[in-house]
Design a binder for this molecule. Sequence first.
Ligand code: COA
Length: 152
Amino acid sequence: MIKIREYTFYDINQIVKCGKNNLPLFYGIFDMLINIFNTNQICYVAEENNNICGFIIAEYEKIEGSKIFNIHIQSIGVNKNKRCKNIGSRLIERLKQNYHKQISLYVKKDNIRAISFYKKNNFEVIKKKINYYKNYFKNESNDAYLMKLIKL
Ligand SMILES: CC(C)(COP(=O)(O)OP(=O)(O)OC[C@H]1O[C@@H](n2cnc3c(N)ncnc32)[C@H](O)[C@@H]1OP(=O)(O)O)[C@@H](O)C(=O)NCCC(=O)NCCS
């Protein structure tokens, strides 16, 4: 059975491995450690038989002029052999338990699978960000969409 739970320090190696295997752009272990000690950070993992098959990392950001927080998703990934089994949606659901007003993220404009996944989870495209990835990806689009889930 796949369980969604908060990460612990001992998960970091497996999270980095899952991130590197599933995302075109992911932290190395050093950046990951720095992130994890940031108190604004939230991270949940999907675990099956002591193996991490998915994770979500997000950060609380203060909304200017308000006491309310935005949650910004920095990364989400699910192992290829575990996709389309609702694990990604369960990770988003877990994150939603913390949110006040909105959840935001950037997604590569040509990441059709992820955009469809976010739309299925009620996120909307807010705007296009030209060259958001600053020419990191060669011979492909570096544009992104800002997407948000807003509580009414
Ligand atoms: C995006 C991701 C986290 C979704 O995880 P998941 O566990 O497969 O998600 P779910 O099972 O909850 O939802 C799957 C949804 O993805 C979308 N999807 C999956 N395969 C797709 C495809 N080939 N084309 C278009 N949409 C697709 C659909 O909306 C699908 O919903 P459906 O099964 O109801 O049709 C996973 O695909 C992944 O790790 N992708 C690589 C990393 C990545 O791109 N992360 C986002 C960076 S911003």
